[in-house]
Design a protein around this ligand. Structure first.
Ligand SMILES: Cc1cc2nc3c(=O)[nH]c(=O)nc-3n(C[C@H](O)[C@H](O)[C@H](O)COP(=O)(O)O)c2cc1C
Length: 226
């Protein structure tokens, strides 16, 4: 076995008195920091990559990475195919967990809660902002279903390209009714800050009321052991 490479997480940490009364401000701050780092040091190439875990009716968990293409005071969100594994899992069990992890920054945020579909208006606006190829791809891919060959997938792309040619308009490809987005309505938001000797800081906002991530009266903070 190769020797294990270890490095100490010499992060700045996180202390209670720095915390806002609700998690939104810090979520926004850390996400902005990670996005800035993408441009600056370049060691966080995909700051919006988020791991998303779901559990279907059979109790089997599934985790995958998606892009956090939605972030607002009601929670982080992503877009996908409703017929995919994650879509079917969420239909049976809306409970969801998601994690943003930025190792070079010694930071991670974990979200736990319930998935809710984003409105058709939000989804339509986002779908129209995507490049033509991605909009066609959404139609061509029966996400998570088996396919015999890659050529079959490419043939499906070609047939949709013929049906809806690229006119340069955002309306040339309609929104598939099997495609949309979810927002994670959080019950917990954990900020993890890596520190020396594995004595990391974990500060967790736990829901106490019905408000969104920016609502001060809806959260209490708990420190958890690393
Ligand atoms: C960096 C990265 C970003 C991805 N972004 C998305 C995304 O935004 N939406 C999506 O449905 N799949 C995305 N995928 C693909 C998913 O990881 C996954 O393969 C797909 O959604 C099917 O997952 P499922 O079968 O568990 O539903 C991405 C993969 C990677 C590695």
């Amino acid at each position: 076995m190769q020797p294990i490479k270890r490095w100490d997480y010499a992060g700045e940490g996180l202390v209670e008195h720095e915390l806002p009364p609700a998690p939104w401000e810090l979520v926004d701050h850390w996400v902005q920091d990670a996005r800035a780092r993408q441009d600056d040091k370049g060691d966080v190439p995909e700051p919006d990559a988020i791991s998303v875990a779901t559990v279907g009716g059979d109790g089997q968990p599934h985790v995958r990475t998606v892009l956090m293409r939605y972030l607002a005071q009601d929670g982080p969100g992503f877009y996908t195919n409703f017929g995919s594994r994650k879509g079917l899992d969420l239909e049976q069990n809306p409970r969801i967990a998601a994690a943003l992890t930025w190792p070079p920054m010694y930071r991670a945020i974990r979200f736990t809660g319930v998935a809710q579909r984003l409105s058709t208006q939000i989804v339509t606006d986002y779908f129209r902002s995507r490049p033509y190829g991605s909009r066609i791809g959404a139609w061509a891919s029966h996400q998570s279903q088996p396919v015999t060959t890659r050529a079959q997938l490419e043939a499906a792309v070609a047939s949709y390209e013929e049906k809806w040619p690229d006119t340069g308009s955002v309306e040339d490809v309609p929104l598939p009714d099997f495609w949309g987005g979810y927002v994670v309505r959080c019950d917990e938001v954990e900020f993890w800050a890596g520190r020396s000797s594995r004595l990391h800081d974990r500060l967790v906002y736990v829901r106490t009321g019905d408000g969104d991530l920016a609502e001060p009266g809806s959260w209490r903070v708990e420190r958890r052991q690393p």
